[in-house]
Design a protein around this ligand. Structure first.
Ligand SMILES: N[C@@H](Cc1ccc(O)cc1)C(=O)O
Length: 562
């Protein structure tokens, strides 16, 4: 018995060791492949990724020496990051551009880090804005943060799937991506450490001479200390990512150039100071250089900012902008915009885009380029099945004339049906908010107040019945988003809590416990299993009815109440 057991354990150990060796071998192979690729690029046999990015129109400005950046990218699998502040519940089309650049880096073997600015969003980036952002209530902020976190996770999954299935990129062990929230360090960074390492070296002069600061200082409201310091905060983020993960490049929108330059200075000045003080283990490469890269500010040929249609934002959340509308947005672009955006918002190789453009010229009324563009973007944002279905719906509605073109056979993976021109099944459920998994829901207050957690899970649509909810809670498989220790605080103290979103097991089946799950007065974040999350807005009953909403069990509840 005992020998048997130790033999098995030994066996397991050696298996694990073999796995490690295999992984090590893979990394070694990746290293030599990288070196060979560098040779091919230097001999002119292959384009560098930097050249590709430039040709496709992604590069607006570079903070730092461009030649050195290109060289560094050839030599080394550097880390790259782009950040976004969750000031709203969803990204819009314009936000996609920096993420497209991250995607290109990622599928070419570089480390891609997406940063969610939980802390920076509390200050609000003043870049390019005249007004100060209004401080949001903590429940709104948390809901936005959770919502964007889920959205970015989902979009990355879709983007990766899309790159592999449709564009033939092969996943390698060296492909690395991460999503980090800057709350992770801001929630525990002592003010003194920040002031000492970043604050004492940052110069106020350059910060004050930026256009944003000048404009603000002329206005009545002036500029707050926090807003002035925002670029230093963003710079500190870079420092954290640099020292933790060797992130040498930051990508941002056209309005981020000033922040990138400020960030470079922050990191460059902290490094020698930290080395002097010998407090940081010097894990980072002292001799490496950092670079900032901005993408262009895009406007359509009619002069609108990309992702705005008649002044309204086009959102990536399918509740806020239904997928069909998102598809339509791309169909309505001018011909030249459609071609330009194919280079920016898809992974289609440039040579193929040229062919598409030629075909488009021959039959402009078919809007071939537009359909390709719309389909590709939808596949990355909402997934291939959704993109396919929307394309089919469009065909069914508008018929032959604007049919979605069949993708060439070699571009089709298992997620993609071979013939997208198949007749739409008239009984198919249309792609709407309901048929896609949605992480937003509203509930009337009566379905939350004095209800057990099991019932709330049911009303929120996370489980099929109350008893299923009860079983899940007993099995510790249901969670609520909140903060540990929160329950001991008064409401006003809660607002001042740092808001790193944590999920806590729903461990008590009683009504009183439900109260703890409410953030602020009107928000609840629930999770079942690993990934199913609902961000719930609690409305007063009459408001809920007035909006024509419904929820599982609501009709029953009302008829019982009489
Ligand atoms: N300031 C950026 C978002 C951002 C936040 C934190 C960062 O570290 C990087 C970027 C913007 O408003 O677009």
């Amino acid at each position: 018995m005992v020998t048997n057991f130790t033999a098995r354990a030994k066996n397991r150990r050696s298996l694990a060791q073999k796995e490690r060796w295999k992984y090590g071998e893979k990394l070694q192979a990746a290293d030599s492949a990288w070196a060979e690729q560098a040779l091919r690029i230097q001999d002119g046999r292959q384009d560098s990724l930097w050249q590709t990015l430039k040709e496709r129109g992604y590069i607006h400005q570079v903070a730092g020496d461009e030649k050195e950046l290109e060289r560094t990218m050839i030599e080394k699998r550097i880390g790259v990051y782009a950040g976004i502040d969750p000031t709203g519940p969803s990204m819009h089309v314009g936000h996609l551009l920096p993420f497209m650049v991250l995607l290109w880096f990622y599928i070419h073997g570089y480390r891609a880090v997406s940063l969610l600015g939980g802390s920076t969003s509390r200050i609000g980036d003043p870049s390019g804005r005249a007004d100060a952002r209004e401080e949001q209530h903590s429940s709104v902020r948390k809901a936005n943060m959770a919502s964007m976190h889920l959205q970015i996770t989902k979009i990355w999954e879709n983007m990766e799937m899309h790159a592999r299935e449709r564009h033939g990129y092969k996943r390698e062990a060296v492909w690395k991506r991460a999503l980090v929230n800057n709350n992770k360090w801001w929630n525990k960074l002592p003010v003194m450490e920040f002031m000492h390492y970043a604050g004492s070296l940052a110069r106020v002069g350059p910060l004050l001479s930026r256009d944003t600061a000048k404009r603000k200082l002329q206005g009545d409201a002036g500029m707050s200390f926090a807003e002035l310091g925002y670029p230093i905060m963003q710079g500190w983020d870079w420092w954290e990512l640099f020292k933790q993960q060797d992130v040498q490049v930051q990508i941002g929108g056209a309005d981020q150039f000033g922040n990138l330059v400020a960030g470079l200075e922050v990191v460059n000045s902290i490094i020698p100071k930290v080395i002097d003080a010998k407090i940081e283990p010097e894990k980072f490469d002292k001799n490496s250089t950092r670079f900032g890269v901005t993408v262009p500010l895009l406007t359509t040929s009619s002069g609108e900012k990309i992702g705005k249609s008649a002044g309204n934002a086009i959102w990536l959340d399918h509740d806020m902008t239904p997928p069909f509308e998102l598809y339509q947005y791309f169909l309505k672009l001018s011909d030249s915009d459609a071609i330009r955006f194919l280079k920016l918002f898809t992974l289609i190789p440039l040579e193929r885009i040229e062919t598409i453009a030629e075909d488009h010229q021959k039959h402009p009324e078919k809007r071939l380029a537009h359909h390709q563009l719309a389909f590709e973007v939808l596949a990355m944002v909402h997934g291939a099945p959704c993109a396919t279905q929307v394309a089919q719906e469009h065909n069914a509605l508008f018929g032959q004339k604007t049919r979605f073109p069949m993708p060439p056979k070699d571009m089709i993976g298992t997620q993609y049906p071979g013939d997208l021109n198949v007749k739409t099944n008239p009984n198919a459920t249309p792609v709407n908010a309901q048929s896609l998994w949605s992480y937003h829901a509203s509930l009337p207050r009566s379905l939350v107040r004095d209800q057990t957690p099991a019932r709330i899970l049911f009303h929120a649509g996370l489980v099929g019945s109350r008893s299923e909810g009860q079983r899940l809670i007993t099995a510790k498989g249901a969670y609520y988003g909140g903060e540990t220790g929160m329950e001991k605080m008064s409401a006003s103290e809660q607002n001042e809590m740092p808001d790193e979103l944590k999920f806590v097991v729903i461990k008590n089946p009683d009504v009183e416990f439900s109260e703890k799950m409410i953030i602020g007065n009107d928000t609840m974040i629930l999770r079942t299993g690993r990934t199913k999350v609902k961000i719930i807005k609690i409305l007063e009953d009459d408001e809920f009815d007035r909006r024509g909403l419904t929820a599982p069990g609501w009709d029953d509840f009302k008829s019982m109440r009489g």
